[in-house]
Design a protein around this ligand. Sequence first.
Ligand code: SAH
Ligand code: SF4
Length: 360
Amino acid sequence: MKPSLYGMTRDQLKDWIIEQGEKAFRADQIWDWLYTKRVQSFEEMTNLSKPLLAMLSEQFVLNPLSQRIVQESADGTVKYLFELPDGMLIETVLMRQHYGLSVCVTTQVGCNIGCTFCASGLIKKQRDLNAGEIVSQIMLVQKYFDERGQGERVSHVVVMGIGEPFDNYSNVLNFLRTINDDKGLAIGARHITVSTSGLAHKIREFANEGIQVNLAVSLHAPNNDLRSSIMKINRAFPLEKLFAAIDYYIKTTNRRVTFEYIMLNEVNDGVEQAKELANLLKDIKKLSYVNLIPYNPVTEHDQYSRSPRERVMAFYDTLKKQGVNCVIRQEHGTDIDAACGQLRSNTMKKDATKVAAVNL
Ligand code: SAH
Ligand code: SF4
């Protein structure tokens, strides 16, 4: 199977071009066709020589994904079902925010972390996506808007779809460098957020990359006992290790960290737990935010339910009183199951025909 041209960063493309005996500036021309003009075929790259075009199409494909289903929700959220070259299916979500168009990308087919509240973790990882397959998700969403002709641009990206991005580190890094490249899509690093379940050693590595992308950590519990019972990754990376890595990240990058906290009724949403959380964050209060996330019910995880509003407010007020920066996250696309954590790679294949029949 040929790799996608979207899978190379600009530096890698330059190296490839030079290896072919071409001048380095050809890489910039190709980059411009790919990400500024956003052509859909090699033939449209009209300033390249015939032999170079032949070499490109011999060795690469452009977009390796095919679009199977697009569902648009009442609030403007769009969910895309894409097929990978080996027939596996993934989902990508576009959310309309007041600040622009934000895309949630998938990084793996399935997820090995297996958090007890998550639909994506219900199926073991089938494979990592390569960088080209992750970049292509953005390119296809951008194409959808290019075709509408209103000049709308994907301005924000969250790496919060199916998969654990730090379990597919180098592909995710190449993806980030490509979409952030100022000669291409130029999606600002501060407009990109990577969410991890807490692979501490990778948080340290990420701190050293010199990339100004936002980091979000899925915390979901204020102590080891509770966190280990809902996220088994906490047994490998308990809070002491996790917070040592987060401190390192903050010191190295001078950037704030976001903590995601799903509100699970009567599990992690009590006032005592809010106090415990504030205590856990006491040394980094000014350097962190807490995002309180409404739980999206997952049929297979019926031990959990959504916290009622009063409990969410009491939790929020307690954090605020303790000086913790905190917001309650708004939901998007719940009518089409498009919320993060609601994406599921396993059932998509059998569901695809059903969904298509209902929605198209
Ligand atoms: N694997 C990474 C990123 C993908 S999950 C991570 O875990 O951080 C993105 C976010 O969705 C995480 O914060 C995750 O905890 C959350 N999530 C998972 N299942 C959810 C559910 N059922 N309801 C709400 N959020 C959920
Ligand atoms: Fe994987 Fe994240 Fe879901 Fe946990 S919450 S199973 S890490 S996708």
